[in-house]
Design a protein around this ligand. Structure first.
Ligand code: ADP
Ligand code: ZN
Length: 735
């Protein structure tokens, strides 16, 4: 026993170490990347073998033994493990939890890689049962039996069943007990063989596109490219040409996109142009769908994988190219748990594999622009719209001079009317859902607030509720003030109100609102966007969701209803964000033959931000912002990390950060600054008090050394158990 090897196993628990186990007796040694079932405390858990060692720091008598090896061959390759290890180290996050983030749910639960569908079917006893009698006593059970009888011996898989009868599980329980129905696992349908799709030829590239393609083709080995092209400049065409080369060489391509909403358009374009069916990975899939796509990527049958953020971890043995579309988009950074940036990990992954990575955007992050200046990335420019399309004209409406009713000024209304009269399509952008952001008492001025957060309740008119957009709390909308009993009224506007106002003004137009309230059902976003794209609405009203990467051929006017929130933001990224969101949404206008028009309402038309944007566009704003950042030493001219804490008592949240700060100051460094602790911008959220400590450093090394030290101190200090804490490396939201 003394010379038995020790298995290092990552288990998904919030501790930064791996755990030592003895191998299963008389079983083959599992290779790194294989799953094992291990005893953990009083429970059993699925872990992943990360390596072996000869000895353990743990007393031999206390070592426990793996119970079972789940996989015959490793699920994750050495390259996959390397990326996971990097992620765990860079983000100071427990490796077991990083592994869990990298695996589909079914594999995390220990399901086999191959067998994946659970089916329910009637038994012989169920076929013979007296359904009429059951209908009287238990109609739901009877309904379920009938459904399963109709399906025959193969039964129905649980996903399909959930669609047919969402609450079937309750009805099923007594039927299982009586032996009338049964459950079994079958292997998921193999992926449909590559369809013989006809390939459509693309347009001839313009010189700027050709130059970009050539630059990428010339490179061998690792190289990062920033494809910086105005909206509609044909970035996707560049991706397509380069992808076609890589796929023809028998290698795989990974494309990361910020939103599920973007995938259908892109997927159909890829299918038409490359003649292959990409594997798609995003949060809208069922567990089985996700596993099937993941498996196709892992075994190399999927030549092309399109996915959101977490797809960056998808195993792809023949990976030859990584593309990150809309690289500026904030949804590429996960904002809870493992707070990773999929863009940054895409670059690391390309470096590990010695292949090219392309970051594309019309509004690149200042970080990426600075990487180009430093020579780390090659800057590829597409300065003009492709084909015949012209850049949109942009003008401001001064809200301090012209009257405005329910959020819409006369000049904007006139522009809408003119477009509608001439067959144009209009998009009204307002980054605030609901009817109104505030409910105020007309007499005492009392404002309805969330009981669990330091925030106001948003008025939602359709279901007459007040909702907190931070914690999800909701209550009925009352007509009278809690405090004085006088009448209350909604103040300000959200998309719901905007839609209502537009309906009154333009009763003959087809108006469609697209925001997260109208697209909650599965597939609803895709359906709404497809309808909008085909011209199924004259006026679109929406939030950020509508601004990203979509191509609405007929869209000719974009109205930005309220841009002023971003002008005075306290975060050092506020103006970068505002510029990105305006340029992106403006870029939806006039993408084909008709020239686009953009109208922006602002109460501060002389703010320097506007002059900069109107005169020099995003490029000039970005240059100015980079100069400011350099002056004030904000990223990309320094590195940041936040330690966040949350507790039921405010003092506990702060006390934890005081402990962290003490550890940091114990090893002083010239390069490291520690700011705080301070309350988070919204100090109380969902009933917890939140505070934060900001670490700023001129280079990466001292920051990471400090984080590693703090983390192990906090993990081992019993006084740190009174608050929840987390580390956010390269945070994108500060204040
Ligand atoms: P981006 O990804 O930069 O927003 P797209 O690749 O979607 O731009 O291109 C915008 C539109 O211009 C699409 O309809 C596309 O088919 C068209 N397009 C792209 N490149 C060319 C080209 N070289 N000639 C003509 N049309 C083009
Ligand atoms: Zn709340």
């Amino acid at each position: 026993m003394a010379d038995e090897p020790i298995l290092k196993v990552a288990v998904s628990v919030p501790l930064s170490r791996e755990f030592d186990y003895l191998p299963v007796r008389a079983a083959a040694m599992p290779s790194p990347g294989s799953r094992v079932l291990v005893p953990f405390g009083r429970r059993r858990r699925i872990g992943i073998v990360t390596g072996q060692s000869k000895a353990s720091d743990f007393p031999a008598a206390k070592l426990r033994r793996c119970l079972e090896v789940v996989d015959d061959e490793p699920l994750l390759s050495a390259a996959d493990l390397r990326l996971i290890r990097f992620t765990s180290g860079y983000y100071h996050h427990p490796i077991g939890e990083v592994m869990a983030a990298a695996l589909p749910a079914l594999l995390r639960q220990g399901k086999a890689l191959a067998a994946t569908r659970t089916c329910i079917a009637v038994t012989a006893a169920g076929e013979a049962a007296d359904v009429d009698a059951l209908t009287r006593r238990a109609p739901r059970q009877a309904e379920l039996i009938c459904l399963l009888r109709d399906a025959g011996g193969n039964g129905i898989d649980t996903d399909a069943l959930t669609e047919e009868q969402p609450n079937w599980r309750r009805a099923a329980r007594p039927l299982f007990e009586k032996g009338l129905i049964t459950r079994f696992e079958i292997s998921a349908r193999p992926r449909a063989k590559a369809l013989e799709l006809s390939v459509q030829p693309g347009p001839e590239l313009n010189p700027a596109q050709q130059q970009a393609v050539n630059a990428i083709r010339e490179q061998t080995g690792f190289a990062a490219f920033l494809l910086d092209g105005v909206t509609g400049s044909g970035k996707t065409e560049v991706y397509l040409r380069v992808m076609a080369d890589v796929i023809a060489a028998g290698r795989q391509v990974l494309i990361l996109v910020p939103e599920i909403g973007l995938t259908p358009q892109l997927v159909s374009r890829l299918r038409n142009r490359l003649g292959i069916d990409p594997a798609v990975l995003h949060s809208g899939l069922t567990d089985v769908e996700r596993l099937v796509a993941w498996r196709a990527a892992r075994d190399g049958t999927a030549q092309l994988v399109v996915g959101t953020r977490s797809a960056v971890f998808t195993p792809m043995p023949e990976l030859g190219l990584v593309i990150v579309d809309e690289e500026h988009d904030q949804s590429l950074k996960q904002q809870e748990g493992l707070r990773y940036s999929a863009r940054d990990l895409a670059i690391v992954r390309a470096k590990h594999r010695d292949i090219a990575v392309i970051l594309g955007s019309a509004t690149p992050t200042l970080e990426s622009l600075q990487h180009c200046r430093d020579g780390d990335y090659q800057h590829l420019l597409l300065p003009e719209r492709a084909g015949a399309a012209q850049p949109p004209s942009i003008r401001l409406v001064d809200l301090s001079r012209v009257p405005c009713t329910d959020g819409l000024s006369e000049p904007l209304l006139a522009a809408i009317a003119a477009q509608l009269d001439t067959g144009g399509q209009v998009l009204m952008f307002l980054n605030r859902r609901g009817f109104a952001p505030t409910l105020i008492c007309g007499s005492c001025g009392h404002i309805a607030e969330c009981r669990r957060c330091d925030s106001r309740m948003t008025v939602h008119a359709r279901d007459r509720s007040l909702r907190c957009h931070h914690c999800g709390a909701s209550r009925a909308l009352e007509e009278h003030c809690d405090e004085c009993g006088a009448a209350v009224r909604p103040l300000g506007e959200g998309t719901e109100r905007l839609e209502e106002t537009l309906r009154l003004r333009f009763p003959d137009s087809r108006i469609k609102r697209i925001d997260s309230d109208t697209t909650q059902q599965k597939g609803a976003i895709a359906a709404a966007l497809a309808e909008a794209e085909q011209g199924g609405a004259d006026i679109l009203v929406g939030t950020q969701m509508l601004s990203k990467g979509h191509h609405f051929p007929k869209l000719s006017l974009v109205g930005i209803v309220n841009a002023d929130q971003g002008l005075f933001g306290t975060d050092f990224r506020a103006s970068e964000r505002l510029a990105q969101s305006i340029v992106q949404v403006a870029g939806r206008a006039g993408r084909e033959n008709r020239r686009g028009e953009v109208v922006i309402q602002t109460a501060f038309p002389s703010h320097p931000f506007w002059r900069c944007l109107l005169e020099g566009g995003y490029r000039q704003l970005a240059d100015a912002a980079l100069a400011e950042r350099e002056q004030s030493r904000w990223p990309p001219f320094s590195r940041l990390a936040l330690i966040r804490s949350a507790a039921h008592r405010q003092a506990d949240a702060h006390a934890l950060l005081d402990i962290a700060k003490r550890h940091l100051l114990a090893q002083p460094s010239d390069e490291l600054r520690v700011l705080g602790p301070v309350d988070a911008p919204m100090a109380r959220r969902a009933g917890r008090y939140r505070a934060q400590l900001l670490l700023q450093s001129s280079s990466r090394k001292p920051l990471h050394a400090a984080l590693a030290a703090v983390r192990s101190a906090l993990e081992n200090d019993p006084a740190a158990r009174k608050a929840r804490w987390s580390i956010d490396v390269d945070p994108i939201e500060l204040f």
